[in-house]
Design a protein around this ligand. Structure first.
Ligand code: ATP
Length: 881
């Protein structure tokens, strides 16, 4: 091999070895460098990782802090929202159905909002804020079809949180005809709900429009913007809310005029308490309508809503049943206490008498006024309509405002019963109404007592007229100014069932009409006011036959179904419900009506405390009222008579305002005797006993007792004993002949009373001569102070004893007729035949010397004034009777 080749090969090998070596070196240093780089990279990575960990911890911390704060804020906001919601909606408006029960919220002048579900805001928790919707006084509602189950809950909450009857529902349900709200059906009985089908739509809309019109015209009357404002100003809500529910009604498909009506209701309803709840399709939107869908309400904004489940069917049914029951029982009456002022007796009656009697439709108290105009009142209503209750109410309101020096009352009740007796002092309750001067109860048979009261008022009218003349005053107000020291109260005379006084064409009715006319005409200016109440004013001929009388009674109060009390065209009395009245100060013309709801004052629980309060405050010189009770037999008074001149006997109690004893003066005039006529034994015996006892209490007496009716003997004997006990010289005779023969044997000048019980039983045995002597005793006895009080059992028998057909009745100056018809009294009565129809415990009394016409008296009961017969028989102490 050539050398060059070898050299070249060696050189190449050498070079290659060199290159390999440097490559190896290079590779080694590269490996070192790479190792260094790798370790520094891994150090950097570790560093970075450590930093990242630190960073994310602090980030997490910040994030947690922010989240916590946000959660607290949200919880706070939700709490606040819940609180606000509670204030807007509580009780039955918001309670869960498991605790729900209806109870009105009277303290709240405005209606609250109703819960429909929960607001899905904030974290899930038990007490999530409620989703509320307004309705009553605030808005209309539109409920989307997918939210329809919410409807029963809203209606139940509305019914249950207002007072009974304050929410009324009308449901238009053309598809299911009321089936959708079947649980509410019981309310139809209480008239709190009405279901309307397709045919009734027009009427339904018209009715609500008319209701809105009426509220605007008569209740708000331009004074209030709406019922809510009225309720807030007065604290009362005079009209119910009316909720008109349209279920699947599709108003968009209605006729134009129906849609127009709906729009009117939507526009004007809320102020008048009329609210629409439209379920399903609806027409044009408006701001007064709140919408509820399955997920939201107009009030919930972005927040979603979870709607509550509807109330259980049974809860709805039971609640509605109870409400209907209460509603059919009638509305709760207004309260008497609301009519009574805090401070008693602050008003002056100088200008008139003004007092509230109930609550008007506008929630304000409605007053009755008596004064110069209107001066007198007429109250009417059928039996049971509440006249007596109205009178109680009115009297309560008057007597709490006016002092007894400002107002005096005269009360007369011609009804069976004792309605005014509560104003008098009684055994159970000693209090009386300090304003009352006179009370007449059970006077239906004693119309004369009505006359007596009217006569008394006429006398007072005269006294006032004379005083007014002296002071040149034309009316009470001026008289009071001119005579400030004088006592001039206004007088109010109330006559309940006054038709009894005026019915019939007899002397009593005639005089009563004349007196009423006079009092009505002239009483106006003298402060004397008449209040006449009757169940049938229409039937009182005496009233309608005298237009001038009726014209004075301009104040009319008509209770439900009162007839003819208001003007013919005024039908208000037919339209008002129970316990309401139409007040009309303008003789009943339609425009002057005021409808009021009357409180219950007939209950003693309501009345008692008021009377007690008035009685406690009575002036020291206040006397109890005079009470005349036609059913009570008066007892012979034991105070001796103080006769003016000649001695007198008591024959009975007069029917006059003072209930004075009726007397017969025993002058020496011929024939000054008394004949009691009729067959009523007890009353006849009472009259004879009353006469003798009243005389024996006045003066030393001689008496002869002769009893010829075996049934009267015990009474005669008891009288005989009592007279003896009173130191009278008493002579008991069994024979009438002895009496007529011996009357002239007068041992001293004591007054001699001859008491004859049924002389007609023996007069036949007297013979003509004996009868003559009887007549002589009657005619001439009085001159010698011998007076006869005799009981004949009929007028013909008396006539026989006085001489038969030719009898002269001047031997009997005075008589008392018991059960004797007026026609039978003709022989002994003056003038025209008497219209006298006998009645129990009443006698017709005529004294020729004092009477123009006979008067009715009540024979006193003398039972207690005489010793008991048993005691006499056993000889017991006569005082122990
Ligand atoms: N405003 C009222 N609120 C509650 N109850 C009332 C009211 N008014 C009357 N009543 C009741 O109605 C009944 C009849 O009333 P009231 O006796 O006053 O009627 P009246 O018209 O006088 O009847 P009558 O002539 O038959 O006596 C009574 O039981 C009474 O308690």
């Amino acid at each position: 091999m050539p050398g060059w080749r070898k050299r070249l090969s060696d050189r190449f090998s050498e070079e290659l070895a060199l290159a390999r070596g440097s490559v190896r070196r290079l590779a080694a240093s590269a490996t070192v460098a790479a190792g260094a780089a790798a370790s520094s990279a891994s150090a950097a990575l570790g560093d970075a990782r450590a930093k990242q960990a630190a960073l994310s911890a602090s980030h997490r911390k910040v994030l947690n802090t922010i989240t916590d704060k946000a959660e607290v804020d949200i919880a706070k906001a939700v709490d606040t929202l819940t609180l606000v919601c509670e204030r807007l909606s509580d009780g039955p408006a918001a309670e869960h159905w498991s605790q729900w029960n209806p109870r009105p919220y009277p303290h709240r002048a405005q209606a609250g909002l109703f819960r429909v579900g929960r607001l899905l805001v904030g974290p899930e928790r038990d007490d999530q804020p409620p989703a509320l919707v307004p309705l009553l006084d605030h808005s209309h509602l539109r409920i989307a079809a997918d939210a329809e189950p919410v409807l029963p809950g809203i209606l139940l909450r509305a019914l249950g949180s207002a007072s009974l009857g304050a929410v009324r529902l009308s449901v238009y349900d053309p598809e299911r005809l009321g089936g959708s709200l079947a649980g509410f059906a019981p309310l139809t009985r209480g008239e709190l709900l009405g279901f309307v089908g397709p045919q009734g739509l027009n009427d339904l809309l018209d009715e609500h429009i008319e209701h809105i019109r009426r509220i605007n015209a008569t209740v708000l009357a331009g004074e209030y913007a709406g019922l809510r404002e009225l309720a807030m100003a007065t604290g009362r809500r005079p009209e119910p809310w009316r909720v008109l529910v349209l279920l699947g009604a599709q108003p968009e498909e209605w006729k134009d005029d129906q849609r127009a009506q709906l729009a009117r209701i939507r526009r004007a309803g809320i102020a008048c308490g009329v609210h629409l709840v439209v379920v399903g399709g609806d027409v044009a939107d408006d701001t007064d309508t709140i919408t509820i869908t399955a997920e939201r309400t107009s009030l919930s904004g972005q927040a979603r809503v979870s709607l509550d489940a509807p109330p259980p069917q049974e809860l709805v049914r039971q609640t509605c049943r109870r409400m209907a029951l209460e509603a059919t029982a009638g509305p709760p009456p207004a309260r008497l206490a609301d009519l009574i002022p805090q401070t008693l007796w602050t008003d002056s009656s100088a200008g008139g008498l003004r007092a509230p009697v109930g609550e008007g439709n506008d929630g304000r108290l409605a007053e009755l006024v008596l004064g110069d105009n209107p001066p007198h009142a007429l109250i009417g209503g059928p039996s049971g309509s509440g006249k007596t209750n109205l009178l109680y109410t009115w009297l309560g309101a008057l007597t709490s405002r006016y002092h007894p020096d400002e107002l005096e009352l005269y009360l007369l009740d011609f009804k069976e019963g004792v309605s005014f007796a509560r104003f008098a002092s009684g055994r159970r309750d000693p209090s009386w109404l300090p304003h009352v001067r006179l009370i007449g109860v059970n006077v239906n048979d004693d119309r004369e007592y009505g006359l007596a009261m009217l006569r008394h008022l006429r006398d007072e009218l005269r006294r006032r007229a004379e005083a007014a003349k002296r002071h040149e005053a034309t009316k009470l107000e001026e008289l009071r100014d001119a005579d400030p020291e004088g006592r001039w109260p206004r007088l109010v005379a109330v006559v309940d069932e006054f038709q009894v006084l005026l019915d019939g064409r007899d002397a009593v009715a005639n005089e009563a009409v004349i007196l009423l006319e006079d009092l009505a005409r002239r009483g106006r200016s003298q402060g004397i006011h008449l209040v006449l109440a009757s169940q049938d004013v229409a039937g009182i001929e005496a009233l309608w036959g005298r237009p001038s009388l009726i014209a004075q009674f301009t104040l009319r109060v008509a209770l439900p179904k009162a007839r003819r009390l208001l003007a013919d065209t005024n039908t208000a009395a037919d339209e008002i419900p129970r316990f309401h009245a139409v007040l009309n100060p303008d003789s009943g013309v339609a425009g002057a009506n005021r409808i009021v709801r009357l409180p219950d004052a007939s209950d003693r629980k309501e009345w008692g405390p008021l009377q007690q309060r008035l009685w406690d405050e009575r002036p020291p010189d206040n006397d109890p009222p005079i009470l005349f009770d036609g059913d009570r037999v008066p007892v012979l008074p034991d105070t001796p008579l103080v006769p003016d001149g000649a001695p007198a006997i008591i024959v009975g109690q007069s029917i006059d305002v003072a209930s004075r004893p009726a007397t017969l003066r025993l002058t020496r005039a011929p024939g000054r005797n008394l004949a009691v006529l009729g067959t009523r034994l007890t009353e006849a015996c009472d009259i004879l006993a009353g006469a003798a006892l009243s005389l024996a209490r006045q003066l030393p007496l001689r008496a002869t007792v002769c009893c010829l009716d075996p049934d009267a003997v015990s009474s005669a004997y008891r009288l005989n004993s009592e007279l003896a006990r009173m130191d009278a010289e008493v002579d008991w005779r069994d024979s009438l002949t002895d009496v007529v023969d011996g009357w002239q044997d007068v041992p001293d000048d004591r007054l001699h009373l001859v008491l004859l019980y049924a002389p007609d039983a023996a007069s036949a045995s007297l013979g003509t001569a004996g009868r003559d002597r009887l007549r002589t005793m009657l005619m001439s006895g009085p001159e010698r102070r011998v007076h006869t009080v005799g009981w004949w059992r009929s007028v013909p028998r008396l006539r026989d004893d006085l001489g038969g057909f030719a009898a002269r009745f001047d031997a009997i100056d005075a008589w008392l007729a018991l059960d004797v018809q007026g026609t039978d009294l003709a022989p002994i009565s003056p003038g025209a035949p008497l219209a006298w129809y006998p009645r129990a415990r009443r006698a017709l009394y005529f004294d020729r010397a004092t009477h123009r016409t006979p008067e009715v008296v009540i024979p006193y009961n003398t039972e207690e004034a005489l010793p008991s017969f048993d005691n006499l028989l056993t000889g017991s102490n006569l005082n122990g009777r």
